[in-house]
Design a protein around this ligand. Structure first.
Ligand code: NDP
Length: 309
């Protein structure tokens, strides 16, 4: 009997217990899923950062730690974790992120706010350009960035993407490197951040790089808060160089009450909801990885801990 420890926190247990048990059984695994196996007997750890679990030392026979989240910046530096670590890549996360990004791109592209809040009932006809004339840049062309690029291309937006290694995506101008980043920012009327948080990406969007954006550009950040230098963004918003920032993620979450982002007229705050890991689809990914490991096949979505994502 394979022992699977659910170490992702008590509140998630209620959501995950049933779908995960079901998918383990569907994968043909004789597995016992629990929150309370003795650590030394555990074969697989299903994990999301939570206050009850940060030391993996006692999980001496665990063959893998299977993360429930796409972002792993809180797990990667954990020196007690010596097993292979996987992160979540699944259709639910992709779909959710495509919907959030597409929705917010269209909101800003179409200037919807002017009509949604119009207490004076002002008749102010304003025809937005067509999408084909609104360049969008996505920093990060991984699982989520590439899916968003494809969806925005399908709506006719000219899409530029930037990644660490050179990539090729149909219909997308793909750039990499420092020069590529400058080019990607220079015509980004709408900029989407879908990078992981690593030592290389922290504060990537600083004052110098914000200054490369076209006047009035919109910044959407569903990636990680620390990708942006907050003070530099606030200064750019105050000066109107950045027209609006829609932020889903922050250095400190929940965003503290006294943070200027809450009050800034050019900032929209959403509470880290751009894309949730949904148990119904994600449980299949966990079960498939356990099946693969049991069958001696390579794990999917293994984190490169040196690269940090
Ligand atoms: P991936 O690992 O699949 O993609 C990451 C992308 O970023 C890759 O294209 C990678 O380049 C690029 N990248 C990484 N480091 C650098 C660098 N130093 N310079 C340039 N490009 C770099 O991640 P996902 O697409 O699955 O997820 C992206 C992030 O989205 C997550 O890390 C997480 O922080 C965030 N997220 C937020 C959610 C929310 O609800 N707000 C939900 C889910 C995820 P390369 O292609 O060369 O590897």
């Amino acid at each position: 009997m394979i022992k699977v420890q659910f170490a992702a926190g008590w509140p998630r247990w209620k959501q995950w217990k049933h779908p995960l048990s079901l998918e383990l059984a569907r994968a043909g695994l004789e597995a016992e899923l629990s929150r309370k196996h003795p650590p030394g007997q555990v074969d697989y750890v299903v994990y999301a950062p939570n206050p009850d679990m940060s030391d993996f030392t006692a999980y001496t026979r665990a063959r893998a730690v299977l993360g429930l989240w796409a972002g792993v910046e809180d797990i990667v530096p954990n020196a007690t974790l010596t097993q292979p670590l996987t992160r979540m890549v699944d259709s639910g996360l992709r779909e959710g992120m495509v919907e959030w990004v597409t929705g917010h791109v269209l909101r800003h592209h179409l200037g919807m706010d002017a009509y949604v809040v119009n207490p004076e009932r002002a008749w102010q006809p304003f025809a937005p350009p067509l999408a084909r004339n609104r360049p969008v840049t996505i920093l990060g062309l991984g699982e989520l960035g590439a899916a968003c690029a494809e969806a925005l291309r399908a709506l006719n937006f000219p899409v530029t993407g930037w990644s660490r290694r050179a990539r090729t995506l149909p219909g997308v101008r793909c750039l990499s490197g420092e020069v590529g980043l400058s080019e990607a920012l220079e015509d980004a009327e709408i900029l989407v951040l879908l990078l992981p948080l690593t030592a290389q990406t922290e504060n990537l969007l600083d004052a110098d790089r914000l200054a490369l954006l076209p006047q009035g550009a919109v910044v959407l950040n569903p990636g990680r808060g620390a990708l942006i230098d907050d003070d530099a963004l606030l200064a750019a918003l105050d000066e109107g160089r950045v027209g609006h920032a829609t932020l889903d993620v922050f250095r400190t979450e929940p965003l503290p009450d006294d943070h200027p982002f809450w009050r800034h007229p050019r900032v929209t705050v959403s509470p880290h909801i751009a894309s949730e890991t949904r148990p119904e689809t994600a449980a299949k990914v966990i079960a498939e990885n356990i099946r693969r490991c049991e069958a001696g096949e390579p794990l999917l979505h293994v984190v490169d801990r040196k690269a940090g994502y």
